[in-house]
Write a protein that binds this ligand. Sequence first.
Ligand SMILES: *Cc1c(COP(=O)(O)O)cnc(C)c1O
Length: 400
Amino acid sequence: MNITDDAALTGIFSSSHIEISKSALQSNLTFLRKVVGKDVTICSVVKGNAYGHGTEHFIPLAEACGIRWFAVYSADEALRVHRSSAADSTIMVMGGMSHDQIAWAIEHNITFYVFDLDELTFAIESSRSQNRMARIHLEIETGMNRLGFDETSLAQAADTIRRNSSHVDVIGVCTHFAGAESVANHLRIEHQIKTFETRLQWLRGLSIEPRVRHAASSAATFSYPGTRYDMVRIGIAQYGFWPSIETRMQYVLHQEANGGRHFSRDQLTRVLRWKSHIMNIKDVQAGEFVGYGTSCLTTRMSRVAAVPVGYYHGFNRNLSNVGHVLIRGKRAPVAGVVNMNLMLVDVTDVRGVETGDEVVLIGKQGRGEITVGAFSDLTKLLNYEALVRLSPDIARMVVA
Ligand SMILES: *Cc1c(COP(=O)(O)O)cnc(C)c1O
Protein backbone atom coordinates (compact mmCIF):
# COMPACT_ATOMS: atom_id res chain seq x y z
CA MET A 1 0.00 0.00 0.00
CA ASN A 2 1.37 3.39 -0.96
CA ILE A 3 -0.34 6.16 0.94
CA THR A 4 0.90 9.67 0.37
CA ASP A 5 -1.94 11.83 1.57
CA ASP A 6 -1.56 12.65 5.26
CA ALA A 7 -5.28 12.84 5.93
CA ALA A 8 -5.95 9.49 4.30
CA LEU A 9 -3.08 8.05 6.28
CA THR A 10 -4.55 9.19 9.58
CA GLY A 11 -7.97 7.98 8.48
CA ILE A 12 -6.84 4.48 7.66
CA PHE A 13 -4.72 4.03 10.76
CA SER A 14 -6.90 5.73 13.36
CA SER A 15 -8.41 3.28 15.87
CA SER A 16 -11.59 5.37 16.04
CA HIS A 17 -13.25 8.09 13.95
CA ILE A 18 -15.16 11.28 14.60
CA GLU A 19 -17.87 12.07 12.09
CA ILE A 20 -18.93 15.69 11.64
CA SER A 21 -22.42 16.06 10.22
CA LYS A 22 -22.95 18.85 7.74
CA SER A 23 -26.75 18.62 7.88
CA ALA A 24 -26.70 18.87 11.68
CA LEU A 25 -24.55 22.00 11.57
CA GLN A 26 -26.74 23.51 8.87
CA SER A 27 -29.85 22.82 10.93
CA ASN A 28 -28.34 24.37 14.08
CA LEU A 29 -27.28 27.49 12.21
CA THR A 30 -30.70 27.83 10.60
CA PHE A 31 -32.28 27.66 14.04
CA LEU A 32 -29.78 30.13 15.52
CA ARG A 33 -30.31 32.58 12.64
CA LYS A 34 -34.03 32.41 13.27
CA VAL A 35 -33.43 33.15 16.96
CA VAL A 36 -31.14 36.18 16.44
CA GLY A 37 -32.69 37.62 13.29
CA LYS A 38 -30.98 38.77 10.13
CA ASP A 39 -29.38 41.91 11.55
CA VAL A 40 -27.18 40.05 14.00
CA THR A 41 -24.00 38.35 12.76
CA ILE A 42 -23.17 34.90 14.07
CA CYS A 43 -19.51 34.57 14.97
CA SER A 44 -18.57 30.90 15.17
CA VAL A 45 -16.37 30.19 18.20
CA VAL A 46 -13.82 27.54 17.23
CA LYS A 47 -11.29 27.64 20.06
CA GLY A 48 -10.16 24.32 21.53
CA ASN A 49 -9.89 22.59 18.13
CA ALA A 50 -13.46 23.68 17.31
CA TYR A 51 -14.64 22.19 20.62
CA GLY A 52 -13.00 18.90 19.68
CA HIS A 53 -14.67 18.73 16.26
CA GLY A 54 -11.38 19.46 14.46
CA THR A 55 -10.54 22.93 13.15
CA GLU A 56 -9.41 21.83 9.68
CA HIS A 57 -12.65 19.96 9.03
CA PHE A 58 -14.98 22.36 10.76
CA ILE A 59 -13.94 25.68 9.16
CA PRO A 60 -14.71 24.76 5.52
CA LEU A 61 -17.97 23.21 6.65
CA ALA A 62 -19.04 26.30 8.59
CA GLU A 63 -18.08 28.49 5.63
CA ALA A 64 -20.19 26.30 3.36
CA CYS A 65 -23.04 27.00 5.79
CA GLY A 66 -22.52 30.75 5.41
CA ILE A 67 -20.33 31.60 8.42
CA ARG A 68 -17.85 34.44 7.81
CA TRP A 69 -16.62 35.23 11.36
CA PHE A 70 -14.55 32.93 13.56
CA ALA A 71 -13.34 33.43 17.11
CA VAL A 72 -10.36 31.70 18.71
CA TYR A 73 -8.28 32.27 21.82
CA SER A 74 -4.67 32.29 20.69
CA ALA A 75 -2.40 32.98 17.76
CA ASP A 76 -1.75 29.30 17.06
CA GLU A 77 -5.48 28.68 16.80
CA ALA A 78 -5.84 31.76 14.57
CA LEU A 79 -3.13 30.41 12.28
CA ARG A 80 -4.97 27.12 11.87
CA VAL A 81 -8.24 28.88 11.08
CA HIS A 82 -6.45 31.22 8.67
CA ARG A 83 -5.01 28.21 6.82
CA SER A 84 -8.32 26.35 6.76
CA SER A 85 -10.40 29.28 5.57
CA ALA A 86 -11.13 29.59 1.86
CA ALA A 87 -13.72 32.34 2.12
CA ASP A 88 -11.66 35.25 3.41
CA SER A 89 -13.52 35.10 6.71
CA THR A 90 -12.80 37.52 9.54
CA ILE A 91 -10.82 35.95 12.37
CA MET A 92 -10.98 37.30 15.90
CA VAL A 93 -8.46 36.39 18.64
CA MET A 94 -10.08 36.70 22.07
CA GLY A 95 -7.02 35.96 24.20
CA GLY A 96 -3.59 37.48 24.67
CA MET A 97 -0.78 37.56 22.12
CA SER A 98 2.95 38.22 22.21
CA HIS A 99 4.37 41.16 20.25
CA ASP A 100 5.44 38.91 17.38
CA GLN A 101 1.99 37.42 17.26
CA ILE A 102 0.33 40.84 17.23
CA ALA A 103 2.57 41.89 14.33
CA TRP A 104 1.59 38.71 12.49
CA ALA A 105 -2.10 39.33 13.15
CA ILE A 106 -1.90 42.86 11.77
CA GLU A 107 -0.03 41.65 8.71
CA HIS A 108 -2.79 39.11 7.99
CA ASN A 109 -5.72 41.37 8.73
CA ILE A 110 -6.67 39.29 11.76
CA THR A 111 -8.72 41.15 14.34
CA PHE A 112 -7.90 40.78 18.01
CA TYR A 113 -9.02 41.74 21.49
CA VAL A 114 -7.05 44.44 23.25
CA PHE A 115 -7.43 44.51 27.01
CA ASP A 116 -4.50 46.53 28.30
CA LEU A 117 -2.54 49.65 27.41
CA ASP A 118 0.77 47.95 26.65
CA GLU A 119 -0.91 45.77 24.10
CA LEU A 120 -2.65 48.77 22.57
CA THR A 121 0.59 50.75 22.40
CA PHE A 122 2.43 47.89 20.76
CA ALA A 123 -0.39 47.30 18.25
CA ILE A 124 -0.18 50.95 17.21
CA GLU A 125 3.60 50.81 16.92
CA SER A 126 3.45 47.68 14.82
CA SER A 127 0.70 49.12 12.67
CA ARG A 128 2.80 52.22 12.02
CA SER A 129 5.89 50.24 11.04
CA GLN A 130 3.90 47.94 8.73
CA ASN A 131 1.80 50.75 7.40
CA ARG A 132 -1.31 48.63 7.93
CA MET A 133 -4.29 49.25 10.20
CA ALA A 134 -4.52 47.28 13.41
CA ARG A 135 -8.12 46.07 13.61
CA ILE A 136 -9.01 45.67 17.24
CA HIS A 137 -11.82 44.86 19.63
CA LEU A 138 -11.73 46.85 22.84
CA GLU A 139 -12.56 44.49 25.66
CA ILE A 140 -14.41 46.13 28.51
CA GLU A 141 -14.23 44.96 32.13
CA THR A 142 -17.81 44.86 33.31
CA GLY A 143 -17.64 42.68 36.39
CA MET A 144 -16.15 39.32 35.52
CA ASN A 145 -12.79 40.59 36.77
CA ARG A 146 -10.91 38.60 34.22
CA LEU A 147 -9.75 40.73 31.29
CA GLY A 148 -10.65 44.14 29.95
CA PHE A 149 -10.33 47.88 30.48
CA ASP A 150 -11.84 49.33 33.62
CA GLU A 151 -13.13 52.89 33.74
CA THR A 152 -9.74 54.52 34.31
CA SER A 153 -7.70 52.51 31.82
CA LEU A 154 -10.48 52.82 29.24
CA ALA A 155 -10.14 56.59 29.39
CA GLN A 156 -6.41 56.28 28.75
CA ALA A 157 -7.01 53.78 25.94
CA ALA A 158 -9.60 56.04 24.31
CA ASP A 159 -7.15 58.91 24.44
CA THR A 160 -4.42 56.80 22.83
CA ILE A 161 -6.82 55.60 20.16
CA ARG A 162 -7.94 59.13 19.29
CA ARG A 163 -4.36 60.30 18.91
CA ASN A 164 -3.57 57.35 16.61
CA SER A 165 -6.74 56.96 14.61
CA SER A 166 -4.86 56.39 11.36
CA HIS A 167 -3.21 53.28 12.82
CA VAL A 168 -5.91 51.64 14.82
CA ASP A 169 -9.41 50.75 13.73
CA VAL A 170 -11.71 49.94 16.64
CA ILE A 171 -14.04 47.63 14.79
CA GLY A 172 -15.41 46.05 17.93
CA VAL A 173 -16.23 46.80 21.55
CA CYS A 174 -17.00 43.77 23.64
CA THR A 175 -17.33 42.13 27.01
CA HIS A 176 -17.99 38.67 28.44
CA PHE A 177 -20.53 37.61 31.04
CA ALA A 178 -19.67 35.67 34.15
CA GLY A 179 -21.94 32.66 33.64
CA ALA A 180 -25.10 33.53 31.67
CA GLU A 181 -26.06 29.83 31.65
CA SER A 182 -27.20 29.90 35.27
CA VAL A 183 -30.07 31.87 36.82
CA ALA A 184 -27.98 32.08 39.98
CA ASN A 185 -25.84 34.71 38.24
CA HIS A 186 -28.76 36.85 37.08
CA LEU A 187 -28.08 39.96 39.17
CA ARG A 188 -24.41 39.92 38.37
CA ILE A 189 -25.14 39.69 34.63
CA GLU A 190 -27.72 42.50 34.78
CA HIS A 191 -25.11 44.65 36.44
CA GLN A 192 -22.57 43.78 33.75
CA ILE A 193 -25.04 44.73 31.02
CA LYS A 194 -25.62 48.15 32.62
CA THR A 195 -21.89 48.79 32.91
CA PHE A 196 -21.31 47.74 29.30
CA GLU A 197 -24.01 50.10 28.03
CA THR A 198 -22.63 52.97 30.09
CA ARG A 199 -19.16 52.42 28.60
CA LEU A 200 -20.55 52.17 25.05
CA GLN A 201 -22.33 55.45 25.52
CA TRP A 202 -19.24 57.08 26.96
CA LEU A 203 -17.18 55.91 23.96
CA ARG A 204 -19.86 57.20 21.59
CA GLY A 205 -19.47 60.59 23.25
CA LEU A 206 -15.83 60.50 22.11
CA SER A 207 -16.91 59.42 18.61
CA ILE A 208 -15.50 55.94 19.11
CA GLU A 209 -18.33 54.06 17.47
CA PRO A 210 -17.54 50.43 16.76
CA ARG A 211 -19.33 48.69 13.91
CA VAL A 212 -19.54 45.50 15.93
CA ARG A 213 -20.68 45.56 19.55
CA HIS A 214 -20.66 42.05 20.97
CA ALA A 215 -21.14 40.41 24.34
CA ALA A 216 -23.30 37.29 24.13
CA SER A 217 -22.10 33.70 24.08
CA SER A 218 -24.63 30.90 23.40
CA ALA A 219 -26.25 31.20 26.83
CA ALA A 220 -26.71 34.98 26.76
CA THR A 221 -27.95 34.78 23.17
CA PHE A 222 -30.91 32.74 24.41
CA SER A 223 -31.43 34.13 27.90
CA TYR A 224 -30.54 37.84 27.47
CA PRO A 225 -31.83 38.82 24.01
CA GLY A 226 -30.92 42.47 24.68
CA THR A 227 -27.24 41.54 24.65
CA ARG A 228 -27.16 40.33 21.05
CA TYR A 229 -26.17 43.79 19.77
CA ASP A 230 -24.47 43.47 16.34
CA MET A 231 -22.91 40.04 16.76
CA VAL A 232 -23.18 36.96 18.97
CA ARG A 233 -20.27 34.64 19.74
CA ILE A 234 -21.75 31.19 19.41
CA GLY A 235 -19.71 28.21 20.54
CA ILE A 236 -21.46 25.24 22.13
CA ALA A 237 -24.91 25.78 20.54
CA GLN A 238 -23.71 25.51 16.93
CA TYR A 239 -22.26 22.08 17.79
CA GLY A 240 -25.72 21.05 18.94
CA PHE A 241 -25.51 21.39 22.73
CA TRP A 242 -27.37 23.67 25.09
CA PRO A 243 -25.01 25.58 27.41
CA SER A 244 -27.05 24.22 30.31
CA ILE A 245 -30.43 22.60 30.94
CA GLU A 246 -31.53 25.90 32.48
CA THR A 247 -30.83 27.78 29.26
CA ARG A 248 -32.95 25.34 27.31
CA MET A 249 -35.84 25.45 29.81
CA GLN A 250 -35.75 29.25 29.96
CA TYR A 251 -35.87 29.42 26.18
CA VAL A 252 -38.77 26.97 25.92
CA LEU A 253 -40.76 28.81 28.62
CA HIS A 254 -40.08 32.14 26.96
CA GLN A 255 -41.36 30.74 23.63
CA GLU A 256 -44.50 29.45 25.32
CA ALA A 257 -45.13 32.72 27.13
CA ASN A 258 -44.96 34.43 23.75
CA GLY A 259 -47.58 32.18 22.22
CA GLY A 260 -45.18 29.70 20.67
CA ARG A 261 -46.05 26.06 20.77
CA HIS A 262 -44.53 23.75 23.30
CA PHE A 263 -41.31 22.26 22.02
CA SER A 264 -40.55 18.81 23.24
CA ARG A 265 -38.29 18.06 20.32
CA ASP A 266 -34.74 19.33 20.79
CA GLN A 267 -34.06 22.12 18.31
CA LEU A 268 -30.34 21.54 18.41
CA THR A 269 -28.78 18.52 16.75
CA ARG A 270 -25.45 17.05 17.78
CA VAL A 271 -22.90 17.54 15.01
CA LEU A 272 -20.38 14.98 16.23
CA ARG A 273 -20.43 11.19 16.33
CA TRP A 274 -17.52 9.16 17.69
CA LYS A 275 -17.17 5.56 16.69
CA SER A 276 -14.78 2.65 16.71
CA HIS A 277 -15.10 -1.13 16.31
CA ILE A 278 -14.70 -4.32 18.28
CA MET A 279 -11.18 -5.72 17.91
CA ASN A 280 -11.65 -8.96 19.85
CA ILE A 281 -14.27 -10.93 21.82
CA LYS A 282 -13.62 -13.34 24.68
CA ASP A 283 -15.84 -15.70 26.63
CA VAL A 284 -15.20 -15.39 30.36
CA GLN A 285 -16.39 -17.81 33.07
CA ALA A 286 -18.51 -16.58 35.98
CA GLY A 287 -16.45 -15.50 39.00
CA GLU A 288 -13.48 -14.10 37.04
CA PHE A 289 -11.94 -10.64 37.25
CA VAL A 290 -11.86 -8.67 33.99
CA GLY A 291 -9.01 -6.36 33.03
CA TYR A 292 -6.57 -4.71 35.47
CA GLY A 293 -7.09 -5.33 39.17
CA THR A 294 -10.26 -6.47 40.81
CA SER A 295 -12.85 -3.76 40.05
CA CYS A 296 -14.89 -5.94 37.70
CA LEU A 297 -16.01 -9.45 38.65
CA THR A 298 -18.20 -11.52 36.31
CA THR A 299 -21.31 -12.91 37.97
CA ARG A 300 -22.30 -15.07 35.03
CA MET A 301 -20.83 -16.59 31.92
CA SER A 302 -19.90 -13.40 30.02
CA ARG A 303 -18.75 -12.16 26.66
CA VAL A 304 -16.23 -9.34 26.84
CA ALA A 305 -15.28 -7.22 23.84
CA ALA A 306 -12.08 -5.17 23.47
CA VAL A 307 -12.44 -1.69 21.91
CA PRO A 308 -9.28 0.21 20.87
CA VAL A 309 -10.19 3.47 22.60
CA GLY A 310 -8.88 4.67 25.96
CA TYR A 311 -8.31 7.73 28.10
CA TYR A 312 -5.52 8.80 25.75
CA HIS A 313 -8.20 9.44 23.14
CA GLY A 314 -10.45 11.33 25.53
CA PHE A 315 -12.61 8.52 26.90
CA ASN A 316 -12.51 9.51 30.55
CA ARG A 317 -11.00 7.03 32.97
CA ASN A 318 -13.77 7.89 35.43
CA LEU A 319 -16.13 6.04 33.11
CA SER A 320 -14.49 2.78 34.25
CA ASN A 321 -17.28 0.32 35.19
CA VAL A 322 -19.83 3.16 34.78
CA GLY A 323 -19.94 4.32 31.15
CA HIS A 324 -21.70 2.72 28.19
CA VAL A 325 -21.14 2.36 24.47
CA LEU A 326 -23.55 1.31 21.72
CA ILE A 327 -23.16 -1.92 19.77
CA ARG A 328 -25.90 -3.15 17.38
CA GLY A 329 -28.11 -0.39 18.81
CA LYS A 330 -27.81 -1.75 22.36
CA ARG A 331 -26.13 -0.17 25.35
CA ALA A 332 -23.14 -2.17 26.51
CA PRO A 333 -21.46 -1.29 29.83
CA VAL A 334 -17.77 -0.58 30.21
CA ALA A 335 -16.25 -3.56 32.06
CA GLY A 336 -13.34 -2.80 34.37
CA VAL A 337 -11.01 0.18 34.18
CA VAL A 338 -10.53 2.22 31.03
CA ASN A 339 -6.93 1.75 29.87
CA MET A 340 -4.77 4.25 28.03
CA ASN A 341 -5.52 2.89 24.56
CA LEU A 342 -8.10 0.22 25.19
CA MET A 343 -11.24 -0.63 27.09
CA LEU A 344 -13.36 -3.71 27.63
CA VAL A 345 -17.14 -3.76 27.34
CA ASP A 346 -19.63 -6.39 28.45
CA VAL A 347 -21.44 -7.61 25.33
CA THR A 348 -23.13 -10.66 26.89
CA ASP A 349 -26.56 -9.22 26.11
CA VAL A 350 -25.80 -8.02 22.59
CA ARG A 351 -27.24 -10.70 20.36
CA GLY A 352 -25.16 -11.71 17.33
CA VAL A 353 -22.18 -9.56 18.35
CA GLU A 354 -19.04 -10.10 16.25
CA THR A 355 -15.49 -8.86 15.96
CA GLY A 356 -15.46 -5.81 13.66
CA ASP A 357 -18.88 -4.56 14.81
CA GLU A 358 -19.25 -0.81 14.98
CA VAL A 359 -18.98 0.69 18.47
CA VAL A 360 -20.49 4.14 19.08
CA LEU A 361 -18.87 6.06 21.94
CA ILE A 362 -20.80 9.31 21.44
CA GLY A 363 -23.87 9.73 19.24
CA LYS A 364 -26.65 7.61 17.76
CA GLN A 365 -26.77 4.04 16.61
CA GLY A 366 -30.08 2.45 15.72
CA ARG A 367 -32.53 3.66 18.33
CA GLY A 368 -29.87 4.16 20.96
CA GLU A 369 -27.94 7.31 21.74
CA ILE A 370 -24.99 8.18 23.97
CA THR A 371 -24.96 11.91 24.54
CA VAL A 372 -21.93 13.88 25.62
CA GLY A 373 -24.22 15.02 28.40
CA ALA A 374 -24.60 11.49 29.74
CA PHE A 375 -20.95 10.92 29.18
CA SER A 376 -20.04 14.03 31.15
CA ASP A 377 -22.67 13.87 33.90
CA LEU A 378 -21.11 10.60 34.90
CA THR A 379 -17.64 12.01 35.00
CA LYS A 380 -18.60 15.45 36.35
CA LEU A 381 -17.25 17.11 33.26
CA LEU A 382 -19.11 19.81 31.40
CA ASN A 383 -20.03 19.14 27.78
CA TYR A 384 -17.30 21.63 26.92
CA GLU A 385 -14.56 19.74 28.69
CA ALA A 386 -15.63 16.31 27.49
CA LEU A 387 -15.60 17.61 23.89
CA VAL A 388 -12.22 19.30 23.93
CA ARG A 389 -10.64 16.24 25.49
CA LEU A 390 -11.31 14.29 22.31
CA SER A 391 -7.76 13.79 21.09
CA PRO A 392 -6.77 15.80 18.01
CA ASP A 393 -5.14 12.55 16.80
CA ILE A 394 -8.49 10.88 16.18
CA ALA A 395 -9.35 11.01 12.48
CA ARG A 396 -12.22 13.36 11.64
CA MET A 397 -14.45 12.98 8.61
CA VAL A 398 -17.27 15.08 7.26
CA VAL A 399 -20.52 13.24 6.56
CA ALA A 400 -23.77 14.45 5.02
C1 LIG B 1 -15.85 30.38 24.60
C2 LIG B 1 -16.34 31.75 24.49
C3 LIG B 1 -17.58 32.02 23.89
C4 LIG B 1 -18.53 30.95 23.41
O1 LIG B 1 -19.18 30.37 24.51
P1 LIG B 1 -20.31 29.24 24.31
O2 LIG B 1 -20.90 29.09 25.65
O3 LIG B 1 -19.61 28.01 23.87
O4 LIG B 1 -21.26 29.75 23.29
C5 LIG B 1 -17.93 33.36 23.76
N1 LIG B 1 -17.12 34.35 24.19
C6 LIG B 1 -15.94 34.11 24.79
C7 LIG B 1 -15.10 35.25 25.26
C8 LIG B 1 -15.52 32.80 24.97
O5 LIG B 1 -14.35 32.55 25.57
